[in-house]
Design a binder for this molecule. Structure first.
Ligand code: PXP
Length: 263
């Protein structure tokens, strides 16, 4: 039995659909195929700007999913009202900026302590467990516990960026990350440090009674590093699975990720 849960994030299926504003590809097909192919959970992000998942998608997914639904959302009041109406199996609070391409960095749990505390209390009133998407630091983990979250999701974006600059062709592409254009030995040191930070944050979170997930930028190459961290019991993965599905189909893409994330 696997002790790792795979949450498949299908936002990017909606990105493709919204590019044409038609109902193709159909988000519910993605839900059913992910479910049949080994996903343990479906993850969606109802963004304030509705750039991919729409309200109707969230309602339909809640209605038809036979898997738990992990709904990512900001602490914006009008979004929280939709979440309390939807009553997902879990809400994951994430930071949101309109101008970003994707969620950059974890929640600032110190700066937004009051707002996050309000959101957690509200969600708990509706019996919705809460996960906080945070940077892998001991301070953020401690604060998440203090705020009353049941779970943390450690942001693996920084690890994934360094991994890609070191081990893929990213550094030769238009999307090369300027601040990571460093000699290879320096990148290797940074990569080790980023893994250590995730490991220590995960250990500490488990020690103080939080469940531990990880996500962002995880793919078929780098996911193995996360599999070595016993305290992590859930991974939420979207972009790499949907990207692979363009070539191999969603079913095979999910099955292969499930194979790689089975302990
Ligand atoms: N987890 C959280 C909290 C996220 O915000 C995202 C991106 O929406 C993911 C996981 C999935 O990230 P990716 O699409 O890079 O796999």
């Amino acid at each position: 039995m696997s002790s790792m849960k795979l949450g498949v994030n299908i936002d990017h299926v909606a990105v493709l659909r919204e590019a044409r504003r038609v109902n193709d590809p159909d988000i519910l097909n993605a839900l059913f195929i992910a479910c049949q192919s080994g996903a343990d959970q479906i993850t969606i992000h109802l963004r304030e700007d509705r750039r991919h998942i729409q309200d109707v998608d969230a309602y339909n997914i809640m209605k038809h999913s036979t898997m738990p639904v992990n709904l990512e959302c900001s602490i914006n009041r009008s979004i929280l009202n939709i979440v309390t109406d939807l009553k997902p199996h879990r809400a994951t609070l994430v930071p949101e900026k309109r101008e970003e391409v994707t969620t950059e960095g974890g929640l600032d749990v110190i700066k937004y302590e009051d707002e996050i505390s309000y959101a957690i209390e509200l969600l708990h009133d509706y019996i919705i467990p809460v996960s906080l998407f945070i940077d892998p630091t001991i301070e953020a983990v401690e604060m998440s516990k203090k705020l009353g979250a049941e779970m943390v999701e450690l942001h693996t974006g920084s690890f994934a960026n360094i991994y890609a600059m070191l081990n893929s062709s990213l550094s030769y592409s238009n999307h090369s990350i300027k601040e990571l254009q460093l000699p290879r030995h320096e990148l290797a040191i940074k990569l080790e440090k980023s893994i250590t930070a995730i490991k220590e944050a995960a250990k500490h979170a488990k020690k103080i009674g939080l469940e531990v997930a990880a996500g962002h930028g995880l793919n078929y190459n780098n996911v193995d590093e996360m599999m070595k961290i016993a305290e992590i019991t859930e991974l939420n993965i979207g972009q790499s699975i949907v990207a692979r599905s363009v070539f191999s189909g969603l079913a095979d893409a999910v099955k292969e990720m499930k194979r790689l994330t089975t302990r």
